[in-house]
Design a protein around this ligand. Structure first.
Ligand SMILES: [Zn+2]
Length: 311
């Protein structure tokens, strides 16, 4: 296997940070680290980056990466990293520092906090769609849809997950999806203002990670689900504001990044070159070209599967 990153997102403690789809406990996180240490060499982010740039990474060398500046990562995963003395990459999108509540994360919280099972949420979601003008379009598009072949790179998705993602990303698309979800949130009386400090790290948290020797990298400003569908200029705005805000927090410009939702194209690569970013990560192991902006990453869910643990 080629050198790669391991990608982490959500952590739970069943107390402050609730369990959600794909979230792991600190115990599971420690088991993953032990498993990785047995089978690979975990390098610090610094060393991994230096070796990646000199093309001297060995096949068994990996690094740990955390996307989306989530407070649960800082409060739950970071203490474990301290215990094992591992320095990681943290890919940060910056709109939460500007007071914007990123819908993707809010909606995820809503799904976990207000529903026992993800399929319960899906049912409620489709019930809501039935009350909208999009109903017949969604019904029609699903008639000939076969979930097995959609997003087949992501082996851990259930068919229900695939159908939901198809409806969200291919049929409704962001604007109309937001309309449906926002009306659901209103119906469930979700208190949006309380969520900002609950879900995301503060600037101080990011700065502390940086000072402690972790590498902070770009992840766009607003975390679009499809960067590749944006124009060159819009992509530049996304990554330039991201870079400027992070540079101000860190006192230096970040040199690494990961692609939100694995979405990028030739324009993204040009933007990253112009912004003097040195290294980028994908969100899966496909096309392991190890091109400088396309280093592969394995999702922690796939590691858990390899370990024989329930995802
Ligand atoms: Zn992300």
């Amino acid at each position: 296997m080629k050198p790669h990153g391991i990608m982490f997102h959500h952590f739970h403690d069943d107390y402050k940070h609730i369990r959600g789809q794909g979230s792991i406990s600190t115990d599971t996180f420690e088991l993953i680290i032990s498993y990785l240490q047995k089978n690979y060499t975990i390098l610090s982010a610094d060393e991994w980056m230096d070796k990646a740039l000199c093309k001297t990474l060995n096949d068994n060398e990996i690094c740990l990466t955390f996307d989306d500046n989530l407070l649960c990562q800082y409060e739950l995963a970071y203490p474990v990293l301290k215990k094992y003395n591992i320095k990681a990459f943290w890919f940060v999108y910056t709109s939460p520092f500007k007071g914007e509540l990123e819908k993707v994360e809010i909606y995820r919280y809503f799904r976990s906090a207000y529903f026992q099972e993800i399929n319960e949420f899906y049912d409620s979601f489709y019930n809501f769609i039935e009350k909208t003008e999009f109903n017949s379009e969604v019904k029609k598009a699903l008639e000939n849809f076969s979930p097995e072949s959609y997003l087949s790179d992501f082996s851990f998705y259930t068919n229900e997950d695939r159908i939901f993602r198809f409806v969200r990303d291919q049929i409704l698309k962001p604007r109309r999806y937001f309309i449906v979800m926002d009306s659901m949130l209103k119906d469930y009386n979700v208190e949006l203002n309380l969520l900002r400090e609950k879900l995301w790290m503060s600037k101080e948290n990011i700065k502390e990670l940086h000072i402690e020797g972790h590498r902070i990298g770009l992840h766009s400003h607003t975390h679009p689900t499809s960067v590749a569908s944006l124009s060159f200029n819009d992509q530049m705005i996304e990554y330039k504001s991201n870079l400027e805000i992070l540079s101000e927090i860190l006192g230096e410009a970040p040199e690494s990044m990961s692609h939100p939702c694995n979405s990028y194209n030739q324009n993204t690569i040009k933007v990253l070159e112009e912004l003097k970013v040195k290294l980028g990560f994908r969100a899966n192991m496909k096309n392991c070209s190890n091109a400088i902006y396309e280093f592969p990453r394995e999702d922690h869910a796939i590691i858990l599967k390899k370990m024989g643990m329930k995802v």
